[in-house]
Design a binder for this molecule. Structure first.
Ligand code: NDP
Length: 454
């Protein structure tokens, strides 16, 4: 072990845990364990694999309160959000427990014989996860990977490794054979890159910044490793003047400030039709003022601190930039990495605050004059992850939903993620889809077998 890693609680700046810090040697050992465990796990009958996934779901459910508290303290997220996310982890394992017995293939009509397709596991899959939704995002990758018969090495973000380590223990206690799921806590540049470059890792599933995603893609290309990437966003929340403005404004703050803005789905560009701008801003101000920012463990809290001092410094540079601050909410004084919810208005789509992923509680309001301009602005970004359209005009809602280049859009709602529906990005927001039945494609190879009957 190289040295000890201190895990910090963002709301107090105190040490929450100390862990051994892994390096290349530990990464190699985990990959070796996963490789050794693969043949037996692949050959577990589909029904038995399903049962183990259901037992893991039940065991997480039993420990849900403890896991939620650990996640809330480690990330600084409101306990009510953490409870919801742990609930989603349970649902994700239950959803994919239906998969082992439903990984169907095709029979294809061909001349001279019969043709079948099979979905086969890849082998050892490497998961690299971020610090914003640690346990939830882990489950989106881990559950379909295991369901399809792969073994797994997970490298959680060093800032937030605690629930991943608990999950590893819970899974083994629930009956997952030793070596099938291995957690290695170490730096991305060392442990993460080792996983990407290791010849015995068949695939990398990554969530994090577009910059690191680019590097992983480049390194993985050396061995034609399978890669799925869930990266950044700069999503548009498009509010037309004919929308229910009160509802749109009431739900806009948490669509950016939820998880303190550290959300790849954050609708951080709020596009508002100019004729409704004043009414919308008045309602938005009221909603921002009523946001409860404070102790993550208070069940009424809606927004906690940022993850780290570095993240706060990065976020400050946008809030103190070229665009005027129209609304500034409140935040506790230190200790803790607090940052007040902040709305900039009017913002040009060319401003830095409208172009770069801020990953903090800073929203940019951008006025527009026509549907065509709204679509142009929404698409004028390197990203394409999520977004919303607020209007009472059904035909317009459908037109705009088809025209916006984005992986997950909502009409008159700001939600993006459901266990049973695909989630992922267009453009530089990523490659591949998580959740829903589509995620299984990312954890299986398609094999075609032809049998001559002549
Ligand atoms: P990163 O992309 O650096 O981190 C995500 C994960 O990748 C972590 O586990 C990290 O490990 C690991 N990692 C870092 N470098 C490498 C590498 N070279 N090879 C393999 N794995 C690596 O995000 P940051 O924590 O630096 O956050 C920076 C910005 O990224 C945020 O401000 C935000 O804009 C964006 N981001 C987007 C997320 C999303 O959900 N789309 C999630 C997180 C961040 P470790 O940190 O332990 O070294």
């Amino acid at each position: 072990m190289a040295h000890t890693l201190q895990v910090i609680e963002p709301a107090t700046e105190q040490v929450l845990a100390e862990l051994p810090h892994a390096g290349v040697e530990e990464a190699d050992a985990a990959i070796e364990r996963a490789k050794a465990a693969f043949p037996a796990w692949r050959d577990v009958t589909p029904g038995d694999r399903a049962k183990i996934l259901r037992r893991i779901a039940a065991a997480i459910d039993e420990r849900a309160d403890d896991l939620a508290e650990l996640e809330a303290r480690n990330v600084g997220k409101p306990i009510s959000d953490a409870r919801g996310e742990v609930g989603m982890v349970v649902d994700t394992f239950l959803y994919y427990s239906g998969a082992p017995e439903r990984l169907l293939g095709d029979t294809i009509p061909v001349a001279g014989g019969m043709d079948f397709t099979f979905r086969e596991p890849l082998g050892v899959v490497g998961l690299i996860t971020p610090w914003n939704f640690p346990i939830a995002i882990t489950s989106w990758k881990l559950a379909p990977a295991l369901a399809a018969g792969n073994t797994v090495v997970l490298k959680p973000a060093e800032l937030t490794p605690l629930t991943a380590l608990e999950l590893e223990k819970i899974a083994v206690e629930a009956g997952l054979p030793e070596g099938v799921f291995n957690v290695v806590v170490g730096p991305g540049r060392v442990v993460g890159e080792r996983m990407v470059e290791h010849p015995d890792v068949a695939k990398i599933a990554f969530t994090g910044s577009t910059e690191v995603g680019r590097r992983i893609g480049a390194l993985a290309s050396q061995s034609i490793k399978r890669v799925t990437l869930e990266l950044g966003g700069k999503s548009a929340n498009i509010v037309f003047a004919d929308a229910d403005l009160d509802r749109a404004a009431a739900s806009a703050p948490l669509a950016v400030f939820g998880n303190a803005g550290q959300d790849c789905c954050a609708r951080s560009r709020i596009l508002v039709e100019r004729s409704a701008l004043d009414r919308f801003m008045d309602a938005l101000e009221e909603a921002v003022d009523s946001l409860r920012v404070g102790d993550p463990l208070d069940p009424d809290t809606q927004m906690g601190p940022l993850i780290s001092a570095d993240q706060r410094e990065k976020v400050s540079s946008y809030a103190d930039g070229e665009a005027p601050v129209a609304i500034r909410g409140s935040a506790p004084d230190g200790p803790g990495y607090w940052f007040p919810p902040t709305v900039l208005c009017p913002v040009s789509n060319d401003d830095r605050a409208a172009r770069e992923e801020i990953f903090g509680p800073v929203a940019a309001v951008i006025p527009f004059d026509s549907e065509a301009e709204a679509v142009r602005l929404a698409n004028d970004t390197i990203y394409g992850l999520s977004g919303s359209i607020w209007t009472r005009n059904g035909a317009r809602a459908l037109r705009v939903a088809r025209a916006v280049e984005s992986g997950a859009l909502s009409v008159n709602s700001n939600t993006s993620v459901r266990v049973s529906t695909p989630f992922g990005g267009f453009k530089q927001s990523g490659i591949g889809r998580e959740l829903g039945p589509h995620a299984l494609d990312a954890y299986t190879e398609l094999k075609n077998v032809y049998v001559s009957t002549e």
